[in-house]
Design a protein around this ligand. Sequence first.
Ligand SMILES: [Zn+2]
Length: 117
Amino acid sequence: MEKQCLDCGQKIIGRADKKFCDDQCRSNYNNRLRAEDQTTIKKINHILLKNRKILNELNPEGKVKVTKSKMEKAGFNFAYFTHIYETAKGAQYKFCYEFGYLPIENDYFLVVKSNDI
Ligand SMILES: [Zn+2]
């Protein structure tokens, strides 16, 4: 079976398990993968840090009730958070770093700050 280099796409000559023409192609390929990983990580970090900034700005006193639409308007992304904290009663706070939010009644969220995580 004819095999192609994973980097440049050229036909590979040699051992059956060879994936690249040479070391240059191998390192090109690995560098590209690493760069793509870094881009993904940066994108996610950016979203999480933005969420944290929004929660921080909405919550200057350490605890506040906020509407969902106010959070959305500020650009909060509900799909991203760092961890979940579940209380003994089963309420689940989602956290972005030290700021947590819990859905309460009528489209409101309770936003809290907790440094012991
Ligand atoms: Zn190649």
